[in-house]
Design a protein around this ligand. Structure first.
Ligand code: 4NP
Length: 152
């Protein structure tokens, strides 16, 4: 069965599009479906933030095929695993879960590299480019861990 992973943040324009692009790049030859969504609906249909597009591009990843969409309850059925970027996203997604099986799919992405620490991927939206570099680095490490632990 094809593994499917959803990356979730608030806006679906900064962090989760990077997480989607990075994991896709690491799993090109694997039977895995990766997507991303936002808990908020502020940017539906938009391209990722230009700073996310730029940091991805600097690392050889093109994320300009992505368009923002909002998380929906049906995503619990579509995806095996839902990685959220921060604790606020976690609460928002968990609040939409219909049962324990839905809840068990939701994980903080940085727990893949800092198990049990519940660390947030900081929201870089109001910061400068360094914030995006930092986010890219964290997500790159987390995606390496996802590939090593779950997908090999
Ligand atoms: P993201 O960042 O959750 O990493 O996509 C944000 C982007 C936009 C907004 C908030 C966070 N916003 O409020 O518009």
């Amino acid at each position: 069965m094809k593994t499917s992973i959803l990356m979730v943040c608030l806006g679906n324009i900064c962090r989760s599009p990077l997480a989607e692009g990075i994991l896709k790049a690491k799993t090109l030859h694997k039977n895995i479906f990766v997507d991303s969504a936002g808990t908020g609906g502020y940017h539906i249909g938009e391209l990722p933030d230009k700073r996310s597009i730029e940091i991805a591009k600097q690392n050889g990843i093109d994320i300009t095929d992505q368009r923002c969409r909002q998380f929906k309850v049906a995503d619990f059925d579509t995806f095996d695993c839902i990685y959220v970027m921060d604790n606020s996203n976690y609460r928002d997604v968990i609040s939409l879960a219909r049962n324990e099986a839905d809840k068990n799919k939701v994980k903080l992405i940085l727990n893949e590299i800092f198990p049990g620490e519940n660390v947030d991927v900081p929201d870089p939206y109001y910061g400068g480019n360094r914030g995006f570099e930092n986010v890219f680095k964290m997500l790159n490490e987390a995606c390496d861990a996802i590939v090593d632990k779950s997908l090999n």
